[in-house]
Design a protein around this ligand. Structure first.
Ligand SMILES: Nc1nc2c(c(=O)[nH]1)N=C([C@H](O)[C@H](O)COP(=O)(O)OP(=O)(O)OP(=O)(O)O)CN2
Ligand SMILES: [Zn+2]
Length: 129
């Protein structure tokens, strides 16, 4: 089994509905995102997937989050844009984009600050928000 990781960042605003918690106030983060894909078969060039192709897909998904107010996105209308839910969102979007490749999402890590990170590890079926 091989696992590849690409890392990126985005800046966005959110509010978390948590009773009497400071995170209910509008605020923002510079999130760091690590996307890992895994698979056991390589192509003729010895690649699971070209890093460049993987980075292009990740950039497409992250462009949809960057400089947004995340609560206004359709996907988060029924759930807080927590780091956990953001990780699921990124994994769901990428799963569709990678369907025709050898690479499957193995984990998505979303860092909200230097010290706080949520990791989503999809099961075989994936998991809806
Ligand atoms: N499991 C999660 N817990 C929290 C999340 C989250 O996404 N998943 N998010 C938040 C808020 O986004 C909040 O902005 C961050 O809260 P917190 O770490 O408590 O606050 P600070 O960054 O200011 O850190 P301090 O340690 O308080 O300085 C909350 N929880
Ligand atoms: Zn926050």
């Amino acid at each position: 089994m091989f696992e590849l990781t690409v890392t990126t960042h985005f800046a966005a605003a959110h509010q978390l509905k948590m009773v009497a918690h400071k995170c209910e106030n509008l605020h923002g983060h510079n999130w760091k995102v690590e996307v890992c894909v895994a698979g056991s078969e390589l192509d003729h060039a010895g690649l699971l997937i070209d890093f460049g192709e993987l980075k292009r897909h990740v950039a497409t998904v992250i462009d949809g989050l960057d400089h947004r107010f995340l609560n206004e996105l359709e996907y988060f209308k029924n759930g807080n844009p927590s780091s956990e839910h953001i990780a699921v969102y990124i994994a769901d979007q990428l799963t569709g984009m990678l369907k025709e490749t050898r690479a499957k999402i193995s984990r998505v890590k979303v860092w909200e600050s230097e010290n706080s990170c949520a990791t989503y590890i999809p099961d075989a079926q994936g998991q809806p928000l």
